[in-house]
Structure formats: structure tokens, C-alpha cells
Ligand binder design. Structure first.
Ligand code: ACO
Length: 397
């Protein structure tokens, strides 16, 4: 992380196409030298095994790798034809403009906490890591089931003993990428060993089901990965690039608004506007054309930036895995980056835009189907509300 000096992804370095060492590695090595000058302890990350003699945390160089994944989706499937019964649209229009055919929607006793827990359990099983050995849970979501965050409920449901830290990251469709990068920083700079990064969203709860411009796009799901500390030589997160632009919020938001009805307490002569009215969030409001333009403009740029930081080129990418928002966006970015269609992962036909869940959900399906293999390089990018966007170049396994 730049602010604490452990990690300098935005450092300017010359990137040689032949180099397989990313900026994180280079930034890391510089940091090692810095530590050697100022401390008795060597290497970059902080190992949380305390040094009782000096009461100074021992610093040990760490890499991180993705060793497990899992996903879960609600049982109810809603097709384009189903939607055509409630808004003026058609399967032809939706499929041609977005690539989406079906989406899943939470019903009955299903919950985003339940889906996130199921996805996390599967990731732990694949990684062969016990819940007790998880030391951080990052729940990337914009739709927690509690205003104060949902991650601790997942920690409880998984039965992780020792009360590991669990908290939410809110960054809409970029949430998972930001969670992944955050996990790497906790491992490199904080000595954490097993981190669950979960992307889970139920935007169906915030969609205006009478607005054909938005309700056709979204679905609910959860996906998770287990990010594990490893030797720096095995490091599997080569580089990243993250951005936000609050000015673009006007194109895509679900803002808080006060309910208009005054409650009785407001009439007792107290200061005007106090106590405040109850408030809630509006449904998703989106200028689709502007968001489309933003995505096809920024996503190739951020992937180019990450590739340059990693010292890699387009031809080094085994798989392009973008946030699943619109097949036309995915195709446009793949064309710009000259990545052939057979190296692009896409499952949005079945799920629609599942926000923070879309990348780990698509990754999980690709890994379990044998498409993505151990050691392959993935260029991944998220983009969405905020506006936020970012990318990472990583190795699976
Ligand atoms: N069915 C039929 N017609 C429709 C529908 C629909 N569901 N929706 C819009 N139309 C109509 C419009 O009214 C318009 O009609 P008009 O020409 O008579 O005015 C026409 O189709 C074209 O509308 P556009 O909005 O220009 O259609 P476009 O091709 O841009 O597709 C879409 C709209 C699918 C929303 C596209 O703009 C898009 O995918 N944008 C990006 C969304 C996105 O990626 N979001 C990611 C972030 S989400 C997050 O972070 C939470």
C-alpha cells in the first residue's frame, strides 16, 4: 500500500517485455533495502508471529497466490421471456444488446449471506484450508443484509474460531478486484496467511422492476477465492491498477433519500429538519450509454497499465476475465487488447450482471470446468458504480 510504504504499484519503472517480474516484486525489493537500512529486521511483509524479545514484529518477505475458489447462485432463474411479461422488452433485444439470456434472483429463505457462505465454503474445500485457519474475510458487496456490514455473519456461519477480522468492501462491480488487491496488501504488509475474498451481491433488491433500461441487466450471486501467503518466488499477483472518478457518479447511482412523510416527532417545535425523516436508498439509476462508453474506454487502459507494470504483453495473457456486464463491452475490450475470443471467459448469458460476484463466479466455473488451468495467467478487470475501475494480472494456483 502506498500510504504505509509497503507496496508501490504506481511507481514508475521501465518495463521490459522479457521481464517476468512485476512492479510489486520490484517495489518489494526496494522496500526490502529500505527496511535493511532502518531496522534490524529484513524483508518486506510483516509476519504476525511476535518477537517477544524486542516486541517488534518480525518482517518476512511474502507473496500471495489464489488456491481455491467457489460460487453459489439462487435457485430461481428468470429468463428474458419472463421479463418480457413485466416490461416492454424482448428476448431478441436483450440478447442482442447485452448477451444476457437468464439471471438468478433471490427468493424465499435465500440470502446473500447464505450464498456468500456457500461460495466461501467451496473455496476453502478446494484450497484444503480449515475455517479456523482463515485470518481475514473480505466481503465485497454493495448489498449487505445489515447496514453495518455482512462479513462478520459469514465468519459466524463458517464457524471460524479465534474471531478473525471480517469486514465489507463497497465498490459495486469493481469490489472483487479491490478486495483481491486489499488481500494481497494484508498478506505482504500485514502478515496475514489465509484470506477469503468474497464477491456477493443481490442487486435484484435495488432494481426498479418497471425500468426496462436496468432491470434486464442484473442478477444475484456470490463467488469467493482463498488468497494464501506464499514465498515471494511463488507470488501469483503480478500487478494491479485501480481508479475512481466521483464525477461519474451522476451516470450510475442508488443514492440515499429521505422518505417524504413527516413523523410525529417533527411537529414538537424543535429545530427545523430535526429529527431527520427516515431514509432509504433509491433504485439503481443508470445512464447506460455513458456507462458503456466509460467501460470500453477505461478497461483496456487499466489492463494495459497492469500489463506494463508486470512487464508482460497481450500475448502473455492466457485468459481475459472481465466484470460480466455486457457481452458487447467484453468483445470490444478483447478486440482492443487483441485477445482472441477463445481466450475470453464469459458466462453472463446465464447470470446477467452479478456486480461484485461476477468475476469470482466466472472464475469458479472456468476453473471447475477445466478451462483455466494451474499456472495460467489471467488479466482481470472490474468497473462500475462510483465510478470505480481497476485491473489485476494474476496467476491461477
Ligand atoms: N428492451 C427494449 N428496448 C429497450 C430496452 C429494453 N430492455 N432498454 C432500452 N430500450 C430502448 C430504448 O428506449 C431506446 O429506444 P429509442 O431509440 O426509441 O429511444 C433504444 O432501446 C436504445 O436504447 P439505449 O439505451 O441506447 O440502448 P443500448 O444499446 O445503449 O443498451 C444498455 C442499453 C444495455 C443498458 C447498455 O447501454 C449497457 O449495457 N450499458 C452499460 C451498463 C453497465 O455496464 N453497467 C455496469 C455497471 S453496473 C454497476 O456498477 C452496479
Amino acid at each position: 500500500m502506498n500510504s504505509c510504504g509497503f507496496y508501490a504499484p504506481s511507481m514508475k519503472i521501465s518495463s521490459s517485455p522479457s521481464s517476468s517480474i512485476g512492479v510489486n516484486r520490484i517495489g518489494f525489493d526496494l522496500f526490502v533495502k529500505k527496511i535493511r537500512c532502518s531496522s534490524e529486521v529484513v524483508h518486506g511483509g510483516v509476519d504476525r508471529v511476535s518477537n517477544t524479545k524486542s516486541h517488534v514484529q518480525r518482517l518476512v518477505g511474502k507473496g500471495c497466490k489464489l488456491v481455491g475458489c467457489g460460487s453459489a447462485a439462487p435457485s430461481l432463474q428468470i429468463s428474458n421471456d419472463d421479463l418480457a411479461k413485466i416490461v416492454d422488452t424482448s428476448d431478441e433485444w436483450i440478447a442482442a444488446r447485452t448477451g444476457i439470456r437468464n439471471r438468478r434472483v433471490l427468493t424465499g429463505n435465500e440470502s446473500i449471506t447464505g450464498l456468500a457462505t456457500e461460495a466461501a465454503r467451496k473455496a476453502l474445500e478446494m484450497a484444503e484450508v480449515e475455517p479456523d485457519d482463515v485470518d481475514l474475510i473480505l466481503l465485497c458487496t454493495s448489498t449487505p443484509e445489515d447496514l453495518f456490514g455482512g462479513a462478520p455473519q459469514i465468519q459466524k456461519a463458517l464457524g471460524c474460531k479465534g474471531n478473525p477480522l471480517a469486514f465489507d468492501i463497497t465498490a459495486a462491480c469493481s469490489g472483487f478486484i479491490i478486495g483481491l488487491v486489499s488481500a494481497s496488501c494484508y498478506i505482504r504488509g500485514g502478515g496475514f496467511k489465509n484470506i477469503l475474498v468474497i464477491g456477493a451481491d443481490a442487486l435484484s433488491r435495488n432494481v426498479d422492476w418497471t425500468d426496462r433500461g436496468t432491470c434486464i441487466l442484473f442478477g444475484d450471486a456470490a463467488g469467493a477465492v482463498l488468497v494464501q501467503a506464499c514465498d515471494i518466488e511463488e507470488d501469483g499477483l503480478f500487478s494491479f491498477d485501480l481508479h475512481s472518478d466521483g464525477d461519474g457518479n451522476r451516470h450510475l447511482n442508488a443514492a440515499v433519500q429521505e422518505k417524504e412523510t413527516d413523523h410525529e416527532l417533527g411537529t414538537n417545535g424543535s429545530a427545523r429538519g430535526f429529527p431527520p425523516n427516515e431514509s432509504s436508498y433509491t433504485c439503481i439509476k443508470m445512464n447506460g450509454t455513458e456507462v458503456f462508453r466509460f467501460a470500453v474506454g477505461t478497461v483496456p487502459q487499466t489492463i494495459e497499465a497492469s500489463l506494463a507494470k508486470a512487464g508482460l504483453t497481450h500475448s502473455d495473457i492466457d485468459w481475459l476475465l472481465l466484470h460480466q456486464a455486457n457481452q458487447r463491452i467484453i468483445d470490444g475490450v478483447a478486440t482492443r487488447l487483441e485477445v482472441p475470443k477463445d481466450r475470453v471467459i464469459s458466462n453472463l448469458a446465464n447470470y446477467g450482471n452479478t456486480s461484485a460476484a461476477s468475476i469470482p463466479l466466472a472464475l469458479d466455473e472456468a476453473v471447475r470446468s477445466g478451462k483455466v488451468k494451474q499456472g495460467q495467467t489471467i488479466a482481470t478487470a472490474g468497473f462500475g458504480a462510483g465510478l470505480t475501475w481497476g485491473s489485476a494480472i494474476l496467476r491461477w494456483g
